[in-house]
Design a binder for this molecule. Structure first.
Ligand SMILES: [Zn+2]
Length: 95
């Protein structure tokens, strides 16, 4: 299987278990393994930001839960090539 998730070191003649990912070290292999697992453990997925809910009564007295719409994303403006502004010329036709 894989290698031990720690590197061995010595501290004052004692064996220490160092985390290869951070400066953490301890003198207990089980603790070192547990610590190492914490690195690989994925952090809990960030919960969707709870949006404020508005409670209101409608005309019939029923409770209405109005959940505001999520903010619309700004629509990126299409990149246009700059066209020279044409001056309107008055037509000499007519009149
Ligand atoms: Zn670590």
């Amino acid at each position: 299987m894989g290698e031990a998730p720690y590197t061995l070191g010595t501290w004052k003649g004692l064996t220490t278990y160092k985390c290869p990912l951070c400066p953490f070290d301890c003198m207990d292999s089980a603790q070192a393994i547990e610590h190492y697992r914490a690195h690989s453990a994925k952090p809990p997925a960030p919960r969707e930001e709870s949006r404020p809910v508005t409670l209101a009564l409608d005309d019939t007295g029923h409770l209405v839960v109005a959940t505001p719409e999520p903010e619309p994303k700004p629509i990126p403006e299409p990149v246009e090539t700059v066209t020279p502004v044409r001056k309107r010329r008055k037509s000499k036709k007519g009149v």
